[in-house]
Write a protein that binds this ligand. Structure first.
Ligand code: PEP
Ligand code: MN
Length: 367
């Protein structure tokens, strides 16, 4: 059962609900706080055998907006029919929500200070404050470049600050990386923010999911599992939220099957509306890891653009995309990286498709 309070409800309302819940043996109230665009919304989730718990005593409490019985498993991230409830969050001054387009363009893997500087300078020229920078890289082979790890964090954060970058999406593959990132950010004077990325290979690393869910300092970019169903991925994502951190973006990045050849993965952006219907999360698409190559169609647009268009026209509001100043020198995923002279055109392409999506939604044929 989900009890949603009026925005800005007083602490007494929460306490009254928790006292009421205590009357029912075995029922645990769990508090979840969502940052809306202009206000904070609190939901209290009653967990346990709630079938015999009546809704009316809770509905009667002044300050309660609605009480919904949820049979669905996505208690926190779910949409539960009807109005969506709070969507999105604001982090380091950037509003991340289904209604806002963001392009997180950057290096798949941090390699040199110079490349990071060039990448971020290009972002600044385009007025972009969001990037991706992999420091901890999960690689298929132990002999491949594993990322520079904690060593690069001080200068990555310093350069982000220098170029006005507000959010760096950075994968964590172990719980200890959360502390390393927090410590390095603090030591650098917090010149930027970090969004913790859970990669496809760690989608079901439940201890890591719980760890990133137990903190709210950093929002989470959750990438779908490449070999599991969408439902399993959403359940895994719910782990993060159920531990107390609902500031999550769900990222589609293709699924593993040879049926997608010659693309690296089978592009799964048809799932954008499904995720949006089933959850209240913003949906991100990663065209780079989906397509895996820079090849272009006869119309002159790279496949990476085409699939980005497919995801955005379907309602995605965030794009995670690989760029590199010298793709031929990249230590990870060079073949799928776009070059810096393409940054402006790519961002312009994203904005135009998004505008088309918004106008289609506004003036859609009535059914
Ligand atoms: C990445 O974004 O760098 C990455 C490794 O992606 P994925 O986990 O989707 O393979
Ligand atoms: Mn990569």
């Amino acid at each position: 059962m989900v009890i949603t309070l009026e925005p800005g409800a007083a602490r007494e309302v929460i306490e009254q609900i928790e006292r009421l819940a205590a009357r029912y043996p075995g029922i645990q109230p769990r508090r979840h706080t969502f940052q809306g665009a202009g206000h904070t919304v609190v939901e209290i989730h009653l967990v346990g055998q709630t079938a015999t718990v009546p809704t009316d005593p809770f509905e009667a409490v002044p300050g309660v907006r609605r009480v919904v019985r949820v049979s669905t498993k996505y208690r926190v991230i779910g949409r539960h029919g009807g109005e969506a409830g709070p969507e999105g969050f604001t982090y380091n001054g950037v509003r991340i929500a289904p209604g806002q387009l963001h392009v997180f363009a950057g290096l798949c893997a941090v390699d040199t200070r110079e490349h990071v500087d060039q990448m971020m300078a290009a972002l600044a020229r385009e007025g972009i404050v969001t990037t991706r920078m992999g420091a901890y890289k999960p690689r298929t082979s132990p002999y491949d470049f594993q990322g520079l790890g904690a060593e690069c964090l001080p200068w990555v954060f310093e350069l982000a600050g220098k170029h006005g970058v507000k959010i760096v999406a950075m994968e964590v593959t172990d719980a200890s990386h959360v502390e390393e990132i927090r410590d390095a950010l603090e030591a650098a004077g917090s010149p930027t923010g970090v969004m913790l990325q859970i990669g496809t290979r760690n989608t079901q690393n439940f201890e890591l999911l719980k760890r990133v869910g137990q903190q709210r300092q950093f929002p989470v970019l959750f990438k779908r599992g490449m070999g599991i169903t969408l439902e399993e991925s959403l359940n895994a994502c719910e782990y993060v939220a159920s531990e107390g951190n609902p500031d999550i973006v769900f990222c589609l990045r293709g699924v593993k099957t040879h049926l997608g050849d010659p693309h690296r993965n089978l592009v799964d952006f048809a799932h954008v509306p499904v995720v949006r219907r089933q959850t209240r999360l913003s949906v991100c698409i990663d065209p780079s890891h989906s397509v895996g190559r820079a090849a272009a169609a006869p119309d002159g647009l790279a496949d990476i653009y085409h699939v980005t268009g497919q995801g955005l026209i379907a309602g995605a509001s965030m794009v995670l995309v690989d760029f590199h100043p010298r793709p031929e020198l990249a230590l990870c995923d060079g073949p799928q990286a776009l070059t810096l002279d393409e940054l402006g055109p790519f961002v312009e392409y994203c904005r135009r498709v998004r505008e088309t999506y918004e106008s289609l939604v506004k003036t859609r044929p009535q059914v």
